[in-house]
Design a protein around this ligand. Structure first.
Ligand SMILES: [Zn+2]
Ligand SMILES: [Zn+2]
Length: 353
């Protein structure tokens, strides 16, 4: 079968033929219907994050159950499913709470999940270690559901943690309106009665965010001007939540100027920026956090919201063999919403081969 492989830091993703896996006892083989193209993959390919090549990329995956390993009973062949991305041990305290994103035994797991150390979903088929990592989709098409498993789940988890600080008169600032940011705006709209300010350097993405529920949009190409503009909106109270979906130095520097007292600063983007967190560096009461992905139960919640048409991923679909070109577009900022790779010759039906 065809697969998009991570070959090493500094190397372009390589499409090659690999053997189609078959499920061992307890495992499930998923026929991929869509694999989201996430900015994190660029960090994997460009920086040494400690991953050992080669493996198949793709950590935002959905498709149909294709084959069951011995003893698997919770799903059956043909079921449409999303694949929960952060694979934990399944039995520690965090995993028992379904928060496998914070598995205590992560260091012994040999990888973070499919596409992150283990073979992911940018292929015709993907092996999933356990049926517990699958969430039923119902009528939601896999190509639409795939991005939700990270681009929606990650901001959902981040926003839920901040909810106690969000009130009817709060302002939230979302920095970066790519895959995660365009979902974050929608999730904010659903989860809290707040005023939403969305910022990006790309006017197309700002227009999209406005359509998705942002009250104000600000171009932050010039950080100082953007800070002033946003502070005019928030007033002296400042932002109750700054959700940074980029994490580069300019967005951290901007976020630092927007926070109010007793606020939440959450960085989910992997941009590598720094903030010197010390007494006086941020307003009193500010908590800063770097959450990682979300829990299995939260993925169930995200999928349910999408099934009810309360959130949706704005997707553009590409055949799997265009992966290298799509990553280039993503890097150049030319993807609005989320790009999704479709294997099996670009056919999005369960019966396509
Ligand atoms: Zn990702
Ligand atoms: Zn665990």
């Amino acid at each position: 079968m065809q697969a998009v492989r991570f070959m090493g830091v500094g190397q372009a993703p390589h499409i090659e033929d690999v053997p189609q896996p078959s499920p061992a006892p307890g495992q499930v083989l998923v026929k991929i219907g869509g694999a989201g193209v996430c900015h994190s993959d660029l960090h994997i390919m460009e920086e040494d994050l400690g991953f050992t090549p080669p493996f198949t990329l793709g950590h935002e995956n959905a498709g149909w159950v294709a084959a069951l390993g011995q003893g698997v009973t919770r799903v059956k062949e043909g079921d449409p499913v999303a694949v929960y991305g952060p694979w934990g041990c399944g039995h520690c305290h965090a995993c028992q709470l379904s928060m496998e994103n914070y598995c205590e035994n992560w260091a012994q797991m040999g990888g973070f999940g499919g596409g992150l150390g283990f073979d992911g979903g940018m292929a015709d088929y993907m092996l999933v270690p356990s049926a517990r990592l699958l969430v039923p989709l119902g009528a939601l098409p896999p190509a639409k559901a795939a991005p939700l498993s990270d681009a929606a789940l990650t901001p959902y988890h981040a926003i839920k943690r901040a909810l106690p600080q969000l009130h009817g008169d709060s302002t939230v600032v979302v920095l970066g309106l790519g895959g995660l940011g365009h979902m974050a705006v929608q999730l904010m709209r659903v989860l809290a009665p707040v005023r939403i300010v969305a910022a990006d350097v790309d006017d197309t993405k700002l227009a999209q965010a406005k359509g998705l529920g942002a009250d104000h949009v600000v171009n932050n190409r010039n950080g100082a001007e953007a800070a002033e503009q946003i502070r005019t909106i928030t007033g002296p109270r400042g932002a109750s939540l700054v959700l940074d979906c980029v994490g580069v130095q300019p967005t951290l520097d901007l976020g630092a100027q927007l926070l109010g007292r007793n606020s939440v600063w959450t960085v989910v983007g992997l941009g590598g920026g720094h903030h010197d967190f010390h007494h006086g560096s941020t307003p009193y009461g500010t908590s800063m956090s770097i959450p990682y992905w979300g829990s299995r139960v939260e993925l169930m919640e995200v999928i349910a919201m999408a099934r009810d048409h309360r959130i949706h991923a704005e997707t553009s679909e590409f055949p799997l063999d265009q992966a290298a070109a799509v990553y280039k577009k993503l890097k150049a900022g030319q993807i609005t919403g989320r790009a999704v790779l479709i294997p099996h010759g670009g056919i999005t039906e369960a019966s396509g081969s």
